[in-house]
Design a protein around this ligand. Structure first.
Ligand code: DP6
Length: 389
């Protein structure tokens, strides 16, 4: 009577910013993302039928109850999933409990709504025993949060903006990529605080106020989407990286072009841009990208990750917390604050200015090939979530 799903999150290389329909979450341009490895970053969601006699649906996120009246989009997604299941499952009218947990801070600029809604629709499809395709599920997840439409599938994913008014063609599809394409991601967590202007609010102001955004959606993104697809198909990583940086720059330029302007990048974000630009002096090996927050995600091929990490550790030593065991580098590489300092003593001596404590921590991850899935057998037993007491 329950189903548990895991979903990765995703990071847009060509950004979604702006809606043509705010109810259905229909975008003004298509977007392309990389799905991030769910072994390191994920949402796990268990959907279950409530005990007999219970009439109300309920939700818990990260161990806390969330009143459904405060999250209309979640109510909508639940309603759409019920509609989909109608006829093939008599129990769809029973009250449902949804328990969800993120492996990373909510609203820290690491799209937790993306993995959240993707895990939710996948768990509900499992609970209702539906064999719905990921493309179809992506249209429902989209109505929770636009970027969630891209989290159902692994690898490289395009959210096709579609042209229909009912949104039936606004859904995710896989972007084929050459076999040799493998990217890792280094996430520089500049702040764990909730962002000041949410993406939902920020993009609507930009749609109204930024003429640059209108130009971007109409003339720039369509060309860039094609170039990005071609670069992936041809395995031209250098081009993927360059397009990624150009698109992040333009998205933030649109934020600045909004009136009043929206600033997501901070001075620390800009220092990371400069560091990456310096590392790319001879050839483009790294790409920074920023969503609606100050945290940088830097992509590169696995053979270049250590050079990047070293450069980051030199420029941004860990905060002096006094806690030697503080985990400064997390994920695929694990380093405590002490280890991080020891690693680069020789290089650090030559650096004039270091920005100690400007990064909260660094997270090393990579690409996810599977996308969201319902857990089975021992994995389900081990990871399913109970209603918090
Ligand atoms: C900057 O998907 O969070 O991360 O659809 O209103 O929920 P809503 O917005 P959301 O916006 C994401 C914006 C972005 C770019 C992207 O992920 O494409």
């Amino acid at each position: 009577m329950s189903a548990t799903a895991i979903s990765p999150t995703n990071l847009a290389l060509i950004k979604y910013w702006g809606k043509r329909d705010t109810n259905l979450n229909l975008p003004i341009n298509s977007s392309i993302s990389i799905t991030l490895d769910s072994r390191e970053l994920h949402t796990i969601t268990t959907a279950m039928f409530a005990p007999e006699g219970e009439t109300e649906d309920k939700l818990w996120v990260n161990n806390k109850p969330v009143p459904l009246s405060t999250v209309p989009r979640t109510v909508r997604v639940l309603q759409l999933m019920r509609q989909l299941a109608q006829g093939n499952n008599a129990t769809t009218q029973r009250a449902i409990y949804i328990v969800s947990k993120n492996s990373f801070p909510t609203a820290a600029g690491l799209a937790s709504s993306a993995s959240g809604y993707s895990a939710m629709v996948t768990a509900l499809a499992g609970l209702f025993d539906l064999k719905t395709s990921k493309e179809d599920l992506s249209r429902i997840a989209r109505q929770g949060s636009g970027s969630a439409s891209r989290s159902l599938m692994g690898g490289v994913v395009m959210w096709n903006m579609g042209t229909r008014q009912d949104g039936l063609d606004s859904q995710a599809e896989l972007v084929p990529f050459a076999r040799q394409v493998e990217l890792e991601a280094i996430i520089c967590v500049v702040s764990e605080k909730k962002k000041k202007v949410s993406s939902t609010a920020g993009m609507q102001t930009s749609v109204k106020e930024s003429p640059l955004l209108a130009h971007r959606a109409k003339d720039i993104v369509p060309v860039r989407i094609n170039a990005m697809k071609q670069a992936f198909a041809a395995g031209n990583v250098e081009s993927v990286l360059e397009l990624t940086m150009r698109d992040s720059n333009q998205f933030h330029a649109c934020c600045l072009d909004t009136f009043p302007p929206i600033f997501y990048m901070t001075d620390t974000s800009k220092e990371i841009v400069n560091l990456v630009t310096e590392l790319n002096r001879e050839s483009v090996r790294y790409a920074y990208t920023f969503d609606a927050g100050p945290n940088a995600v830097v992509f590169c091929e696995p053979q270049h990750t250590q050079t990047l990490l070293d450069a980051l550790l030199v420029a941004f030593p860990p905060p002096a917390t006094g806690e030697e065991t503080f985990a400064y580098v997390r994920g695929r590489t694990e380093l405590t604050a002490t280890q991080a300092l020891q690693r680069n003593t020789a290089k650090r001596a030559k650096v004039e200015q270091e920005q100690e404590g400007e990064l909260c921590y660094i997270f090393h991850t990579g690409m996810d090939k599977l996308g969201a899935r319902v857990l089975q057998g021992a994995e389900e037993q081990e990871r399913q979530l109970a209603v918090p007491t």
